[in-house]
Design a protein around this ligand. Structure first.
Ligand SMILES: CC(C)(COP(=O)(O)OP(=O)(O)OC[C@H]1O[C@@H](n2cnc3c(N)ncnc32)[C@H](O)[C@@H]1OP(=O)(O)O)[C@@H](O)C(=O)NCCC(=O)NCCS
Length: 169
């Protein structure tokens, strides 16, 4: 299977924050942002694998900055690393200043998707080629994050998480 670049999976979704999507402080409701990130990330995972993909895990979400009603929100998703059947997708969320048009980073998240066949069985996917400095950095940390996610999910023994252990020694 031929490796593909991380850039080839890049998915960008831009949308407004409407009143029905806000919390009592008139900021974007967290669950709405999670859904937007899941949608963009699943498209990125599908573009990389050209398979049916399912969300296996939400590994990290940082709601660093509130997103006010009326904001223009851009969600950018890219596969950072592919393993045998699973892939890590990194999501960056930006908001755009109405007057200057300048973009500011609001949030980021990391999801894991698994490529499956029509019966839901995991299937092998192409490897990822990281090109930019940021893609290389995210690629490098992805195995450690996969191990952490598996340990938390009870699917891997902490003693087997070699990359993770290396952080502490
Ligand atoms: C995700 C799913 C296909 C994994 O099935 P499984 O029987 O655990 O399959 P495996 O153990 O072979 O795991 C498949 C891959 O997922 C990875 N994986 C499974 N759980 C994971 C987790 N919590 N974190 C990170 N990776 C995980 C495994 O490491 C493996 O990766 P690899 O093949 O790249 O090494 C299965 O659990 C599923 O269908 N879940 C429901 C998905 C869904 O409906 N999502 C929408 C939520 S409503």
């Amino acid at each position: 299977m031929k490796a593909k670049t991380a850039g080839a999976s890049k998915t960008v979704m831009t949308d407004l924050v409407l009143p029905s999507e806000t919390n009592p402080l008139n900021n974007l409701f967290g669950g709405e942002l999670l859904a937007r990130m899941d949608r963009a990330a699943s498209i990125a995972a599908r573009r990389h694998s050209r398979r049916i993909v399912v969300t296996a895990s939400v590994n990290h979400v940082a709601f660093n900055r509130a997103i006010p009603l009326g904001s223009v929100v851009t969600v950018e998703a890219k596969v950072s690393r592919a393993f045998r059947t699973s892939m890590e997708v990194y999501i960056d969320v930006w908001i755009e200043d109405r007057e200057s048009g300048e973009r500011a980073k609001a949030n980021e998240a990391i999801y894991t998707f698994v490529a499956v066949d029509e019966t839901g069985r995991p299937v092998a996917i192409p490897e990822i080629v990281a090109e930019t400095e940021l893609e290389k950095e995210r690629y490098k940390g992805a195995l450690r994050r996969k191990q952490l996610s598996l340990v938390i999910a009870g699917k891997m023994k902490a003693s087997e998480a070699t990359e993770l252990k290396a952080l502490f020694v």
